[in-house]
Write a protein that binds this ligand. Sequence first.
Ligand code: V47
Length: 377
Amino acid sequence: MSDQEMLRRIEEKVAAGERVTAEEGLFLDERADLFTLGRLANQIRERKNGNWAFYNTNIHLNPTNVCVYRCRFCAFRADLRAEKAYVFSDDMLRERVLEGRSQGATEIHVVGGLHHQKKFDWYVNVVRVLHETCPEIHIKAWTGVEIGWFAYLTKKPYEWVLKELIDAGLGSLPGGGAEIFDQQVREQICEHKADAKQWLDIHRTAHQLGLRSNATMLYGHVEQARHRIDHLCQLRQLQDETGGFQTFIPLAFHPDNTKLSDIRKPSGTMDLRMVALSRIMLDNFDHIKAYWIMLGEKIAQVALSFGADDLDGTVVHELIYHDAGAETPEGLTVEALHRMIREAGRTPVERDTLYRRVIREGAHWSTAEPVLASLAS
Ligand code: V47
């Protein structure tokens, strides 16, 4: 089949709302031009999310940077006795979540290192302290890799670990730790860490317990197109099974201060291609997030026309990308997010973590119906 015939077949499928195969995805990744990808992705984006562009009011917390793993892409981690090593106390946790409340945050995003000396109880306590201090703030905490570590520490099944965290106040799981599922790539960038099967099993278990979660893919390092397509197809398969993923976030590799610092940061074109490709492949995900912190405000804004319908949030106190050289500010005001979205020709909608519309008066807020349900009616 010629490239033109292949493209026509994919265009027809996208127009009919049909699924693109792995082979077609590989063709798109390797051969389609940027505008074609963007046009196809935008068609799907507008069908699913109309003209809306979502954001949330959130705050980040990385309770420790001390980590037993030495992922080669990570600039955030620290050795146990390193000068930059830190661990939050309970008072610091309370202070951070109260700061979130004073800014009207609906969500606290919590991920960190796997500390050599901290037991599972310490991580449960982080969730409990945050929840008891501000029960109205949704706690999106601990990636699949961290949940896998807790299961290793306690020698208990994922289900038990997740139930303990839910009892303490956990609301959902963020999408980190997925990186690239291919084992050979994992061995090059994050040796020893939870593998694809574990990551997927953990999210499956979370979904079975009624938790929603996100998924990510780290691109622009040593992976190739076939690894990206395999990654997206594995996520799509689990989503067919559980329907528990809310959002997919393609994460651009930032090389500064990492063991892979000889690799160049992905270009703006690559970033837009990855947003569009994920929107086309993940036909069963409602949302694709253009995480402005790592894409930069300008590319994130353009991504709203290349398949993305969500910008993440105000994101106060982000460290993981800033340690790796992100040049974006450490947070954006709601006014700045609104301006970015309106300039892109979209309509801003504040959502909570579970995509319910937020009705806000300053720092006070309440939630209404899930946004997509109201779009359908
Ligand atoms: O798993 C770490 C990535 C992830 C670097 O669920 C890096 O809403 C690029 O998961 N360059 C953690 N990427 C962040 C994450 C996330 C972010 C935003 C929203 C959500 C969500 C989740 O960050 C890690 C890893 O893939 N990462 N270091 C780096 N140097």
